[in-house]
Design a protein around this ligand. Sequence first.
Ligand code: SAH
Ligand code: F3S
Length: 441
Amino acid sequence: MKKIYIKTWGCQMNENDSFIIKRTLKKKLQCTYVNNSKKANILILNTCSIREKAQEKLFHQLGRWKKIKKKNSKIIIAVGGCVANQEGKKIYKRAPYIDIIFGTQTIHLLPKMIEEKKNTKKILVDAKLKGMQKFNIIFTPKYTHYKTYVTITEGCNKKCSFCVVPTTRGKEISRPYKDILFEIKNMVRQNIREVTLLGQNVNSYLYIDKNSNNICNFQELLYKISKIEEIKRIRFITSHPKDFNNKIIDSYKKIPKLVNFLHLPIQSGSDKILKLMKRGYTVKRYKKIITNILKARPNMQISSDFIIGFPGETEKDFNRTMKIISEINFDNSFSFIYSKRPNTIASKLIDNTTLQEKKHRLHKVQKQIFYQSMQWNRRIIGTTQNILVHGTYKKNKKKLIGTTDSNRIVRFYGCDSEIGKIVSVKINGMKKKYFYGNIKK
Ligand code: SAH
Ligand code: F3S
């Protein structure tokens, strides 16, 4: 019996890829999954290369697995994900004890590669960009929860000067909407009620059906998904401000199932830096989008990504980022210090801000957003929120546990029959990280 251990780094896309890997392996091989790498005979690492140290982190991890393999040479080590796409066989040169290298778009070939490995001592490598093939194996697992991810696009056609994604995930491809709908309908049969649509720029989704010449863009896809009755909530991540057009904003008026929460990365509050980043919008344009979104949905909570200490970011530029953070009143953020990535345009820019200064700036950003998030928490108390009920609270079975549109956790008294449904809950207060309230009938 194959005992598999999977370690996943990085974004939701990688998490979803690992989920597909698990499903595919389960279907194609006789295997079980273990939570402890020492108990496994197949070790799989799904890597991320968005920021520096990814390579170092990878070789540290492989070093640990090398020790496990020393005790049992039959163990198979497979490395995949964005670092595998970026570095390919070079990983093997530094870690010759690994067996398989697979890429972000060859995860579906992993069962075959594992089988093949039995008959060869050679390293097996396939990290080519093969588009959407990995989604061809559609079969729906049993879900133990009510929400899941659905990938709608792969890759990216933008050329942000700091980013490696276009090289590791290739050109943007949109999945056929029929496949997406088919997959969601299957998920619904397994009790899924909330979907998060995934892609680097979901809002540039565009699929042209070659048979019927039907064109489906992002807002049309949202409408189609919202028609699936059992789906109660729709999220998406990530959107790009450049493609966030008025039609998409309009869907907030027309599709109540879209959550009151949007992740729309601005990256910086300085037009000079946005230009150097090649983001394709100005701060003014970003603010205009938010104003229009708030017109459609006054209660919308917004979150963003920030890159701090981009080459050329002066104190003045940074202060502009601080200004936009409070102006938009972001509820949340993923903020990181700029990391120089191989073969990117930004890697050639002069960067003379010290690391110490960058750390100081990052700390300021995170402190401000934490403060704003706390304010949002306070603002939620006393309001009525839509809660997707995920199950009972382990410590008190009479209580239910669920999440708000902005993914805040709420506990409240209620019956098991509410599990998997959206209920209205009046939020009465907050204890540690959790909210509590009463169901409104
Ligand atoms: N497509 C998405 C983002 C994908 S990458 C978008 O356009 O917003 C996720 C986040 O990682 C980015 O938003 C950015 O904030 C961060 N990131 C990407 N490359 C980075 C780098 N070289 N250094 C620091 N952060 C980076
Ligand atoms: Fe990266 Fe920019 Fe695309 S951040 S994923 S190149 S939109």
